[in-house]
Design a protein around this ligand. Structure first.
Ligand code: CO
Length: 467
């Protein structure tokens, strides 16, 4: 299980273009700001560069007026030697609901065709039926699939349960197993035990993903490495820390001194960091990057609620002028999570649990108001809950209605051809149609902006000829 130090290699996934960008500045880094550093990053020696998926797709269309597919093709061209990696939420793809298998297959095929090498695929509930279509398609397309477990703590999320799921993903044909601690709550001891348990169950390389939020990450990685972890996620140091990942250069330096092989080029890492530093400083000066985001916040350890969810609860309560109920809501949150069968607190479950806990406290009666998302969850539209849902809550949510039998995506009809027809004259290719299916309103606005821009360009090029 444990490798000897002489032979242990620890590889790095650089997250500055995706998770670090998403965690610190809400993914607002436009392509034009980092294009020039890509040829340098291509020489760093990373295992992979995480650069697409997650919120990148949505934010490109919604706020940056960028075609996410074009961004991917550009990155592919600029980094021919790197493994380009994306994060994909199984049957949710990059959106917030489940899509029919047809769309999942097409989306994965197009992602690979446009340049993705590694796809990290997870499901918020760890319901493996929700990652199956994406996983099979990606493997068929020749991509490297990282089967991913959403890490959380609960009586049903035992070492045995996680190891068993890792084994099932190995049987599905994934290339690596990733443990995703999206909230940064995994302690060094938990990492040591969990990585060890997975390593003794599967033969595949194991990846660990965490965040610095609670200050635990560097120690957690070191203990995970002692237990044999093969790949870790880090961010170029000026975009590291706090809600982001631990620093690439720091871990590279420390691990090399401990005798591990990292494959990274120190000089290139410095060049990459020197490039991003003024960008980071400008974001701080503009107020888009709050320095607090880069500091340690241990509240998540006390309340067992991820940092991002805590700040959402605060803004919800402030909006309703009910900050005096904060403590009560924090006590109610784990109770709601238990009632709902211990879902990992990751999107969209963190929002559902948070809103329900707030409703339960503010209305003065538990489950008097149940959101339509929680009702859909009880109906089984997000998959099977890790533990059974409290029958009383189930009854309050659904009445006599029966939950979905089988997998929710099987009840969904194909939509691609119909949508393509509707978008005739607007969508330029199948990728455009997929963008629209994932984010209809946002993409419609993007299409309109794009058209206006193109018309402007035509005007400008015609004018000089006329003069
Ligand atoms: Co993350």
């Amino acid at each position: 299980m444990k490798k000897t130090l002489e032979t242990q290699k620890v590889q790095f996934t650089e997250t500055v273009l995706r998770d670090a960008n998403q965690s610190l500045i809400a993914t607002r880094l436009p392509y034009s700001k980092f294009a020039d550093i890509l040829p340098t990053m291509d020489k760093a020696g990373y295992y992979s560069v995480e650069c697409w998926g997650g919120a990148v797709f949505d934010v490109c269309l919604r706020f940056l007026n960028e075609d996410p597919w074009q961004r991917l093709r550009n990155m592919r061209k600029a980094m021919p030697n790197s493994r380009l990696q994306m994060l994909l939420r199984g049957q949710n793809l990059l959106g917030y609901k489940h899509y029919p298998d047809e769309i999942v297959r097409m989306f994965v095929e197009k992602s690979v065709e446009n340049g993705i090498d590694v796809i990290r695929i997870f499901d918020a509930l760890n319901d493996l039926r929700n990652i199956e279509t994406a996983t099979k398609t990606a493997i068929k397309c020749g991509a490297t699939v990282s089967g991913t477990l959403s890490y959380t703590q609960s009586p049903v999320h035992t070492l045995e349960a996680f190891a068993k799921q890792a084994k099932e993903m190995e049987n599905m044909g994934v290339a690596t197993i990733c443990v995703k601690d999206m909230a940064g709550v995994m302690t060094p001891q938990e990492a040591y035990d969990l990585i060890g348990a997975i390593k003794s169950e599967v033969k595949l390389p194991v990846v660990l993903h965490t965040h610095c939020t609670t200050g635990m990450a560097f120690m957690t990685y070191l203990k995970a490495i002692e237990a044999g972890v093969d790949i870790i996620d880090t961010a170029s140091s000026c975009f590291s820390g706090g809600t982001s990942q631990p620093a690439t250069e720091t871990l590279n330096y420390a691990l090399k001194q401990l005798g591990y092989e990292t494959g990274l080029d120190d000089a290139v890492l410095k060049e990459v960091n020197d490039f991003f530093k003024p960008i980071r400083d400008a974001y701080i000066a503009e107020g888009l990057l709050n320095p607090k985001m880069m500091a340690t916040d241990t509240d998540a350890l006390t309340y067992k609620v991820p940092g991002g969810m805590l700040s959402n609860l605060v803004s919800q309560l402030k909006a309703q002028n009910a900050m005096d109920k904060f403590e009560e809501v924090l006590i109610e949150t784990p109770k709601v999570r238990e009632d709902l069968g211990y879902p990992p607190l990751v999107t969209p479950m963190s929002q559902m649990v948070g809103v329900q806990a707030t409703n339960n406290v503010l209305s003065g009666e538990r489950y008097k108001n149940i959101s339509k998302e929680v009702k859909a969850y009880c109906r089984g539209e997000y998959g099977t809950s890790p533990a059974p849902i409290n029958p009383e809550v189930m009854k309050k949510a659904l009445g006599d209605e029966k939950p979905v039998e089988g997998r929710f995506a099987d009840t969904l009809e194909p939509v691609f051809e119909q949508t393509k027809k509707e978008l005739e004259g607007t969508a330029k290719n199948d990728e455009d149609v997929l963008s629209y299916i994932l984010f209809p309103q946002v993409t419609e606005k993007y299409f309109a902006n794009r058209k206006a821009q193109e018309e402007k360009i035509v005007k400008y090029t015609i004018t000089p000829v006329e003069e």
